[in-house]
Design a binder for this molecule. Structure first.
Ligand SMILES: Cc1ncc(C[n+]2csc(CCOP(=O)(O)OP(=O)(O)O)c2C)c(N)n1
Length: 800
């Protein structure tokens, strides 16, 4: 019945009735073959891991048919944000070969061979390359796109929201209709995939709710096999069904809800019809849909880290065999007389041969690159008379780079102090190989930044007005929104009232709700929106209302945003700006400064801590020209401080990673940033009266930090160093101290112990007194700096 229905609904059947059977038959057999090929890859993959050729395997066996059905609806320009089971889908959209699949399993570092991550991620983490080899956008409308997967379960959800929202934005913003490289007027759908157990994560619920509120073309597919490793559905999902649980969100298009579809994972025609209907609905109405695929099997269990026989019953495993989707698909094809069993057996055998052949090629190519290094190392070691080390490499049939490096470095330690051309050759080879390994494993954390070239100084008219800091930012965003249709700003209270500090005052009235908007209280998906939007060529500015609430989004900033470029080995980027404000309000949850936790978590992002709103605007300008994601922490107490209005708001660019001497002095260097910088300046004034000349350096950005060594140069002059911030001891101040003393080499210049001035180890207590006794005060800074001077010269600076 389904087959007839499927054929009659298929567009080809309408076009050419006579040819339909042959064409449809071929498509069905192609689908069968692909399912078999993918399955054979899974079976072989497990063997490769268990025989030690790869570290870990997690495979898509059991999910083949549902993914083939999803792929049929996936058009050029569409996006996927999914998880590790989706190999069949990736193969079906033509973005993954079995050879590439194995190259990833072996962790081949060549992106030509392993385009998802250049061997940086474990197998099963898929990604397409949306950037060319120069780091520029490709035409993503000519491709089928998959955003780069991450391992934390549910972590793909927030980004999915942004990928879907981009379609809504491209559709409604007619200024962008000419940008055909990124969108066809918003006709693209974002497809999500997730395992049923991972729907227990808060990120799933936050995303589903937000997608319904926003009304975006998002197709959320849940691959339901009833288990999360060993934990069954009854411990995971209310009513043991995600579609039942979510049924309260169902509604008609435009009514702020989702539409729910269900199908069985072993039923080819049901899957085909359901996917066609669901995706068409989402694409046409821009309504999110939930596609709940039930009754999926997991023939080989969760992963290579253990066997599922430990926790699944014999009956269930028998059911897996009977309802294996390939078995059921085969039955369907023979029942409907599409193919004979022998024909199907032949296809399965052919798939097995092809999988094996591609796996061998992947392995041979993976080994060939390493073997070239092994051979080079053996030759050099032998030439230097290091026969033992050479022999050990020779005898190791499957030496990896670690073995080569270990052997060579050990030899170089042994021959230390000896000089010969042969030893020098080894050293030269090692240096070149180290550079290659750096490129393979440590490149693409940031784009190639060119901040110094990008700098444009801030200018003022002779009669420049003094305005509240927030007005500088408001006028800046006004200019940017007018200039750049790809910029959109959103966050809690950002739209109607223009932000809690009025930095977007009046901008929604001027630019509309599409571009300046309020969001729900859901920090993780606010950041997720920014990630997805930025991956699709837009320039989102996502606001997190206060720095203290960034913890809700810190996981997604760390696991997703900060690592996009790195984990795709330069194949993708998401230059999103996360804007927040912090420090110095009063209240335990409104004045924290967890900068150390943040900068430790988000390497791969730029972190700016502007001392005032003019500097902030110059930094935003820089970030909007660049390709890196960033966090900007505006000073909460700076919005009402008066600043001179620049005359080149829209052009001025503050360089990133360049510290600035904001007060020249000769006795002691104080490095600080953000709110405490002003306290340091006040302290410096008082210390000047006490006979101490303080040089104050504004770090301006923490990631990257002071790339031109302004801090160490200052210490070279003053020979004393104090770092001040309001993070806890051992937090960001310890990072700054390490950078200045060790990385910039200021330890060479010190005459006194360098110190940090930080907050107390608890959250900052409420009220002005709470602040005074929790955080560094001007008194603390004056006295600490004085104590350093007194230590060196007690006669001149007697103890207080
Ligand atoms: C945040 C997080 N917690 C735990 C894990 C470990 N883990 C990996 S897969 C998995 C089970 C996921 O089950 P499900 O979502 O149903 O997907 P399935 O593997 O069954 O397809 C767990 C607990 C993880 N990767 N991330």
């Amino acid at each position: 019945m389904y087959f007839t229905l499927f054929l009659s609904l298929h567009p080809m059947s309408l076009a050419n009735k006579a040819a339909v059977n042959d064409t449809a038959k071929q498509m069905l057999l192609d689908d069968y073959f692909l399912a078999c090929l993918s399955r054979e890859a899974s079976l072989l993959g497990r063997k490769e891991v268990l025989t030690g050729k790869a570290k870990f395997g997690i495979f898509g066996d059991g999910k083949e048919l549902a993914q083939i059905a999803m792929a049929k609806q996936f058009q050029n320009g569409d996006w996927r944000s999914g998880y590790y089971r989706d190999q069949t889908f990736m193969m079906a959209i033509g973005q993954l070969t079995v050879q590439q699949y194995f190259a990833a399993l072996y962790a081949h570092t060549d992106t030509e061979k392993e385009p998802s991550s250049g061997g940086r991620q474990m197998g099963g983490h898929f990604s397409t390359r949306t950037l060319d080899t120069n780091g520029n956008w490709k035409n993503v409308m000519e491709m089928k796109n998959s955003s780069s997967d991450i391992s934390p379960t549910g972590g793909q959800m927030p980004r999915l929201l942004g990928l879907a929202q981009a379609s809504k934005y491209y559709k409604a913003n007619t200024d962008l209709h000419s940008r055909t490289q990124f969108s066809n007027k918003g006709n693209e759908v974002a497809f999500g995939t997730i395992g049923d157990s991972s729907t227990s994560e808060g990120l799933f619920w936050e995303t589903m709710n937000a997608s319904a509120v926003l009304g975006v073309p998002m197709c959320m597919c849940v691959w339901d096999n009833g288990w999360g490793i060993s934990v069954p559905k009854k411990y995971q999902t209310a009513k043991e069904s995600i579609s039942e649980s979510l049924s309260g969100m169902q509604s008609e298009p435009g009514a702020g809800g989702i539409k729910i579809f269900k199908a069985k994972g072993w039923d080819y025609s049901e899957l085909m019809l359901m996917f066609e209907k669901a995706v068409k609905h989402s694409r046409t109405h821009h309504q999110p849909v939930l596609i709940h695929v039930e009754e999926l099997t997991q023939p080989q269990g969760h992963s290579t880290s253990g066997s599922h026989e430990r926790y699944k019953t014999k009956e269930l495993l028998e059911w897996y065999e009977e309802f294996d989707c390939i078995v059921q698909f085969g039955k369907f094809l023979t029942d409907k007389n599409v193919a004979k069993q022998e024909e199907l057996d032949e296809l399965r055998a052919k798939a097995k041969v092809q999988a094996r052949s591609e796996q061998r090629t992947a392995w041979d190519e993976f080994r060939a690159q390493i073997q070239a290094d092994v051979n080079a190392a053996i030759t050099l070691l032998e030439a230097a008379g290091q026969t033992e080390a050479a022999a050990s490499l020779k005898n190791n049939g499957e030496a990896i780079r670690k073995d080569i490096f270990e052997a060579i470095r050990k030899v170089l330690r042994t021959v230390r102090g000896q000089h010969s051309a042969e030893i020098q050759n080894i050293k030269n080879w090692l240096a070149a190989a180290q550079e290659r390994m750096h490129k393979a494993y440590s490149s693409e954390l940031y784009s190639d930044r060119n901040d110094l070239d990008r700098s444009v100084s801030i200018q003022y008219a002779s009669d420049a007005e003094m305005v509240d800091g927030r007005v500088v930012l408001r006028d800046f965003w006004d200019a940017k929104l007018a200039e750049m249709p790809e910029v959109l700003i959103f966050g809690e209270d950002v739209g109607k009232i223009g932000g809690v500090n009025q930095t977007c005052e009046g901008l929604q009235d001027k630019y509309g709700e599409l571009r300046v908007s309020d969001t729900g209280i859901r920090e993780a998906t606010i950041v997720g929106q920014a990630i997805g939007l930025a991956m699709r060529g837009l320039r989102p500015v996502a606001e997190i209302q206060y720095l203290d609430y960034i913890y809700y989004a810190l996981q997604i900033m760390r696991d997703d945003l900060a690592s996009v470029r790195y984990r795709s080995a330069g194949g993708q980027m998401a230059p999103a700006i996360i804007s927040t404000r912090g420090h110095r309000l009063e209240g335990i949850w409104h004045s924290g400064s967890p900068m150390g936790a943040i900068i430790s978590s988000v390497r791969g992002m730029v972190v700016c801590v502007p001392r005032n709103m003019t500097q902030a605007a110059g930094m935003y300008n820089n970030l909007l020209k660049g390709n890196d994601p960033a966090l900007v922490v505006e000073c909460l107490n700076g919005y009402r401080k008066k600043e001179k209005m620049p005359s080149n708001l829209s052009e001025m660019v503050v360089p990133i990673g360049v510290a600035e001497v904001v007060k020249v002095g000769s006795d002691i260097t104080v490095v600080s940033y953000g709110s405490t910088l002003h306290m340091c300046l006040n302290a410096a004034d008082e210390l000047a009266n006490m006979g101490i000349s303080v040089e104050v350096v504004d770090a301006q950005t923490l990631l990257p930090f002071d790339t031109t060594g302004v801090s160490a140069s200052s210490v070279q002059k003053t020979n004393r160093l104090v770092v001040v911030d309001e993070d806890v001891e051992g937090g960001a101040s310890a990072y700054l101290l390490d950078q200045i003393i060790n990385k910039q080499g200021a330890f060479n210049y010190l005459d006194a112990q360098p110190i940090t001035i930080t907050s107390k180890p608890h959250l900052p207590a409420y009220s002005t007194d709470g602040d005074y006794f929790s955080k560094p005060s001007v008194d603390d800074i004056v006295e600490a700096i004085y104590a350093v001077m007194s230590e060196g010269n007690p006669a001149r600076f007697p103890r207080i």
